[in-house]
Design a protein around this ligand. Structure first.
Ligand code: AMP
Length: 186
């Protein structure tokens, strides 16, 4: 099954994708996680994106497409994937459509985790205290939510217009939300 998981920062995408991966038996492809690993390892890519990420802004579309293309060309995703963190804007929507077409791997669904903004801010503040991600600082969180509203919200409309979008209430326990996600995908 090939799925795109959509949702604002703090909506629980990462947590839910890790669970979905077990339930569906396909890899979790998180572009944010791939970038954080590159930063931690100090690779050329990591050095290039570190500051942009810490500010809560988007990495360039060209860099992201290279990264995604390499990842989706590996054999472990031949039976499907859960894509988390991509596409983040309409240019990336077009790039993903073209890439999947070329790979002969059409998407099955895009799932949106819906969480009210006040709860997103609360969750991100909690995560900042626990995980110490550089982009969970108050300034970066504000910027990431602004970027989501202006650039990523249109991605939701893009999938809705293709009748591919499934909306899932992201408020509740981790287990409750997982159940809803699986039900939406059945
Ligand atoms: P995430 O873990 O998905 O919230 O991503 C963390 C950060 O990585 C984002 O705030 C961006 O700086 C960068 N990033 C992740 N995915 C993308 C993407 N598809 N396009 C541009 N930047 C991205």
């Amino acid at each position: 099954m090939r799925i795109v998981l959509l949702g604002a920062p703090g909506s629980g995408k990462g947590t839910q994708a890790a669970r979905l991966k077990e339930a569906l038996g396909v890899p979790h492809v998180s572009t944010g996680e791939m970038l954080r690993q590159a930063v931690a390892a100090g690779t050329p890519l990591g050095r290039q994106v570190k500051d942009v990420m810490a500010r809560g802004e988007l990495v360039s579309d060209a860099l992201m497409l290279d990264l995604l293309e390499e990842r989706l060309s590996r054999p472990d995703v031949s039976n499907g994937f859960i894509l988390d963190g991509y596409p983040r804007n309409l240019v990336q929507c077009q790039a993903l459509a073209a890439l999947l077409e070329r790979l002969g791997q059409p998407l099955d669904a895009a799932v949106l985790l819906e969480v009210p903004v006040a709860m997103l801010i609360e969750r991100l503040a909690g995560r900042a205290a626990q995980e110490g991600r550089s982009d969970d600082s108050p300034e970066a969180v504000k910027q990431r939510l602004r970027v989501y509203e202006s650039q990523t919200a249109p991605v939701v409309e893009y999938f809705a217009a293709q009748s591919r979008l499934r909306r899932v209430d992201g408020v509740g326990t981790v287990e409750e939300v997982s159940e809803r996600l699986l039900a939406a995908l059945r």
